[in-house]
Design a protein around this ligand. Structure first.
Ligand code: SF4
Length: 363
């Protein structure tokens, strides 16, 4: 049983904060990229046989930028080569500026049953700072088109701790998002990646990011507002209505098997982690895996603690054998709960998750 990820690295324009492996202006290479992905998919089927697939995720980049036939074709190939569970969760990440009804209908017809839309903010001024190609109206229109095409499972991404963003802006973004009735929300704090245009502007003093305290207040406001509306914080940055947690991402966080195909895609199969090249030309000419290795028991435990403490369901207490004193101290400090054989962080614990992880990992 595995999760399947396809990386589609094309974007209309590079966002100012983005350091993902994605490119603007390379649309002419979509055909060649598709051929390379197909070759990798066929090779994977040769290696793993008819792998049972529980989730498929098209991420990027902007998977909704190319014509729909890229995804339609890859899904047909997946079904021919693997055993795709009829109940599989199949997600396409979409940029609202790249959607139309016929594309969405084609996605739906080939079995895509979940869309993840990058909304980011409800304010035009903040979208401009981020260098997003879409407007707030296009987000609303995108959701409307998705519903017309038959999608009921829609996730929205929002970003906080943005330059020039006040708490009122953030609350408005949350309210705007809720007005679109998503089943799932991912809330990401801005991470300034060195060398990106946004990081450069901040370094030059042209823009300022909110203080850490304000960023934390934004996170707390989100917990309150979304909690009141029935969204459960099932992972540090993710909230869902009952039954709508992202199964694909849960596979990553619980260290299930996943196979990543495409440029810079990462995999974890049978205890081995490996990564593809992030060199576009090399990938097109057939280079794939560039690094990898089996994960040893100590590293596996570290991963389990790092990932499991992100989840509201936490990790099995038995995995923390020998650390009972620290588990007790964290629970007494109100940072964690120990219930039904699980160790999980409270909201206060999630605020300081890195420190908790370090404490638990301290030899
Ligand atoms: S749309 Fe996503 S992947 Fe593309 S440039 Fe923007 S943030 Fe990066």
């Amino acid at each position: 049983m595995a999760a399947l990820y396809f990386h589609i690295p094309f974007c209309l324009k590079k966002c100012s904060y983005c350091d993902f492996v994605s490119f603007a202006g390379r649309e002419a290479h979509i055909g060649a990229y598709r051929a390379a992905l197909e070759a990798e998919l066929a090779e994977a089927a040769g290696r793993y046989g008819r792998l049972p697939i529980e989730t498929v995720y098209f991420g990027g980049g902007t998977p909704s930028l190319p014509e729909a036939d890229l995804i339609v074709h890859l899904m047909a190939m997946c079904r021919a080569l693997f055993f795709v569970n009829p109940e599989a969760e199949i997600t396409v990440e979409c940029n609202p500026g790249t959607l139309n009804l016929s594309k969405l209908r084609d996605y739906r017809a080939c079995g895509v049953n979940r869309l993840s839309l990058g909304m980011q903010a409800a304010q035009e001024k903040l979208l401009r700072v981020l260098g997003r190609v879409h407007s707030p109206e296009q987000v609303r229109d995108g959701v409307e088109l998705a519903r017309q095409a038959g999608f009921t499972d829609i996730s929205l991404d929002l970003m906080y701790a943005l330059p020039g963003q006040g708490i009122a802006d953030w609350v408005d973004s949350l309210k705007e998002a809720l007005a679109l009735a998503p089943t799932h929300l991912s809330l990401y704090s801005l991470i300034l990646e060195p060398g990106t245009p946004l990081a450069d502007r901040i370094e030059r003093g042209e823009l300022q990011v909110p203080e850490e305290e304000l960023a934390l207040s934004m996170q707390h406001a989100a917990c309150r507002i979304l909690g009141r509306r029935g969204y459960r914080r099932y992972e540090i940055s993710n909230y869902a209505l009952p039954g709508h947690s992202c199964r694909h991402n849960l596979c990553y966080w619980t260290r299930g098997d996943y196979l990543g195909l495409g440029l810079a895609a990462h995999s974890f199969m049978g205890g081995e982690r490996f990564a593809n090249t992030s060199d576009f030309d090399a990938y097109l000419s057939g280079t794939r895996r560039v690094s990898g290795g089996f994960v040893g028991p100590r590293e596996a435990l570290e991963e389990e603690i790092m990932l499991g403490t992100r989840l509201s369901e936490g990790i099995a207490l038995e995995r923390l054998k020998g650390r009972e004193d620290r588990v007790r101290a964290l629970a007494e400090a109100g940072l964690a709960t120990v219930e039904a054989g699980r160790f999980a962080l409270t909201q206060r614990g999630m605020d300081v998750q890195n420190a908790v992880v370090l404490k638990l990992l301290d030899p």
